[in-house]
Design a protein around this ligand. Structure first.
Ligand code: PGA
Ligand code: ZN
Length: 434
């Protein structure tokens, strides 16, 4: 590398990894990158429960004598034995080169050899080490002086599907505080509604109804989707907020989870619905409750029904892709060709590198598709997605209920960023035409 490598503080000096725990108590990969200039970057891979079929693959040991097969020691040793030697000595600012090198060393289309968990933790840790070396917060390192928009949070306050032990088919019931002046005002309103919902659920269903699911939302013993939405409506109204202008309601159906592939039916509300009937079902709910968005309303191959729902709703409700797009530009291109989506979920670990995540965001934005930077149901204290959300100007972030440390880690970081930006901070809800 010549003389430059001796004096360049951004050169990667070391890459190390260890096994830590996520919010479900599952082992996961933490990577620590240090630069010659003393910059440190640390990142922890999250993990999904309702994963899309086309996601990059996390490597787990499968050794049933340890952590019930969930340990990630192989992924950890892949960082130490394969990734570290390949990227040590590289300039940490060359994110795209570094991500490319990791993909080459991996050599598979879905990162299944080294593991997407090993690669994403390294990719994010590299960016954080570069930011630290530059003396910049990550959001400014990634987004420059233009990064000043605080995202609208979509807070999942009733949990169902595979995230909870109840019978609700829909996985997430969210509140979206759009009509506020600042991010902190939006969070305050969300917390008030979350607390009000707690007393509503407790008085109607008993104390066990306010036990929480994987993302910190309550997991009441409800069966019907409408019942959960009604509880949100009551909580929002009791707090004195306007359902049109201030706080809207969103769903993540995660429909692949309740689709019976053999019989080609969706099991929801104790019924078995054909795709056509489900289309009707969503249309009615969206109109009745003026839903802000519906994520994964059909299973992950069903591009045509996403398109039909968009047409039916004439974009009055945002149709969001998650399992169908999996932060993969090829999947997004297909969705764009078919006009299937008006919003997409962005999960860095679904694709496995920061540069591919940013490419996905750029493609979505170029086609006027709203980007929702998102956590996973298995999370940690890592708050990188808060920085990514501000770096790219949101406009949305989905990171669970305003409770449980792994969820508040992101909201709290956004509150810190808001304070850091001072008078320059702009809440996305103030500038978006929603
Ligand atoms: P997951 O769920 O992290 O369990 O995949 C989150 C989501 O579907 O949005
Ligand atoms: Zn989802």
């Amino acid at each position: 590398m010549g003389d430059g490598s001796v004096t360049n503080p951004f050169i990667i000096k070391s890459v190390d990894a260890l096994q830590v725990l996520d919010s479900r108590g599952d082992p996961t990969v933490e990577v620590v990158v240090e630069t010659v200039g003393g910059g440190i970057g640390r990142a922890i891979a999250p993990a999904g429960a309702s994963r899309g079929r086309y996601e990059a693959v996390e490597v787990r040991d499968g050794d049933l004598t340890k952590f019930k097969g969930r340990s990630v020691l192989r992924a950890v040793s892949n960082v130490v034995n394969y990734i570290a030697p390949a990227i040590q000595g590289m300039d940490s600012r060359k994110q795209r080169d570094i991500d490319r090198v990791m993909m080459q060393v991996d050599g598979t289309p879905n990162k299944s050899r080294l593991g997407a968990n090993a690669i994403i933790a390294t990719s994010l840790a590299v960016a954080k080490a570069a930011a630290d070396t530059a003396g910049l917060p990550l959001f400014q390192y990634l987004g420059g002086v233009n990064a000043k928009v605080l995202p609208i949070p979509m807070l999942n306050i009733i949990n169902g599907g595979v995230h909870a032990g109840n019978e609700l088919a829909v996985q997430e019931f969210m509140i979206v505080p759009i009509g506020f002046d600042t991010f902190s005002d939006a969070i305050r309103a969300a917390v008030e509604i979350y607390k009000e919902l707690k007393s509503i659920l407790k008085s109607k269903y008993g104390a066990s109804a306010v036990n929480v699911g994987d993302e910190g939302g309550y997991a009441p013993p409800m069966k019907l989707v409408r019942e959960a939405i009604e509880a949100l409506v009551t909580a929002i109204k009791n707090c004195g907020y306007d359902l049109e202008k201030q706080v809207r309601i969103s769903l993540d159906a995660a429909a692949s989870q309740f689709y019976d592939e053999e019989r080609k039916v969706y099991r929801i509300d104790g019924m078995e619905l054909s795709a056509d009937k489900l289309l009707e079902y969503w249309k009615n709910l969206a109109i009745e409750y003026r839903l802000f968005s519906i994520e994964d309303p059909f299973h992950e191959e069903s591009f045509d029904y996403f398109t039909s729902l968009r047409k039916e709703l004439k974009d009055s409700t945002i149709v969001v892709g998650d399992d169908i797009t999996v932060t993969n530009v090829d999947r997004l291109r297909k969705a764009i060709e078919q006009s299937a989506l008006s919003g997409v979920i962005v999960k860095p670990n679904q694709i496995g590198t920061l540069s591919e995540t940013l490419d996905f965001i750029n493609l979505a934005k170029a086609h006027k598709i709203y980007t929702i930077i998102s956590h996973r149901s298995g999370e940690s204290e890592d708050n990188t997605i808060a920085h990514i959300a501000v770096a790219v100007g949101g406009p949305f972030i989905k990171t669970g209920a305003p409770a449980r440390g792994e969820r508040t880690a992101k909201y709290n970081e956004l509150l810190r960023i808001e304070k850091f930006l001072g008078g320059d901070a702009v809440y996305a809800g103030k500038i978006l035409q929603l």
